[in-house]
Design a protein around this ligand. Structure first.
Ligand code: GSH
Length: 231
């Protein structure tokens, strides 16, 4: 059984999509990041960066007791290797997927995350910041659209690279993107949205869904720097 430390955000959806796709048994451990539960000492022992997602696999292949992993890219790679699916085993195929996975966790996720922050959550609109991250999101969407011009998925067959990217394209309207400007990405998005595993993952999120962020939640999420874990 895998315990998934989760909240209903794009990085959380990545892992529910993968677990559903792979048919692995899992148990959701909600970490309400709007209430500050990511700072609980017990959670920090699993996820020292005070962020979801994280997993604990109580039956890893080495048989040496529970194994905990944080960072969505590492979790997706672990689940793929555990099952031998969604990540090819040959070096060429594997690194084709891994370069797109790293592109997502180092590029699309952080840039679209800042887009969400400045366009939706910042206490006052800062036009330069909004413009900067909307443009950067558009640039990254164009990279995907170009990549998808002659192939159905980002890297070979449907893989953890697609699973990592999909939840960051799902809120495209909030990011001020219009998928009509990215026809190949739009086709990819529609194809993945229909996968039963994706539908199940978002149904899980709807069951747990929190309310939109209230001022206290915003202070918890955005009001801290180096003092964050001393709460
Ligand atoms: N690089 C991390 C990013 C994880 C991340 O940013 N998680 C957000 C939710 S999508 C979070 O837990 N935020 C809590 C906080 O900011 O305190 C990953 O890919 O797992």
């Amino acid at each position: 059984m895998i315990d998934l430390y989760y909240w209903t955000t794009p990085n959380g959806h990545k892992i529910t999509i993968a677990l559903e796709e792979l048919g692995l048994a899992y148990r959701i451990r909600p970490v309400n990041i709007g209430k500050g539960e990511q700072f609980d000492p017990a959670f920090l022992r699993i996820s020292p960066n005070n962020r979801i997602p994280a997993i604990v696999d109580d039956a890893p292949a080495d048989g040496k007791g529970p194994l905990s992993i944080f960072e969505s890219g590492a979790i997706l790679t672990y689940l793929a290797e555990k099952t031998g699916r969604l990540l090819p085993s040959d070096a060429r195929g594997k690194f084709e997927v891994l370069q797109w996975l790293f592109w997502q966790v180092g590029g699309l996720g952080p840039m679209a995350g800042q887009n969400h922050h400045f366009a939706q959550y910042a206490p006052e609109p800062i036009p330069y910041a909004i413009d900067r991250y909307v443009k950067e999101t558009a640039r990254l969407y164009r990279v995907m659209d170009t990549r998808l011009a002659d192939r159905p998925y980002l890297a070979g067959d449907y893989s953890i690279a697609d699973i990592a990217s999909y939840p960051w394209v799902a809120p495209h309207e909030k990011q001020r993107m219009n998928l009509d400007d990215f026809p190949n990405l739009k086709r990819w998005f529609a194809t993945i949205a229909k996968r039963p595993s994706v539908e199940r993952a978002y149904a899980v999120a709807r069951e747990i869904q929190g309310r939109p962020l209230d001022p206290e939640a915003k202070e918890i999420l955005f009001g801290h720097g180096a003092d964050a874990q001393k709460r």
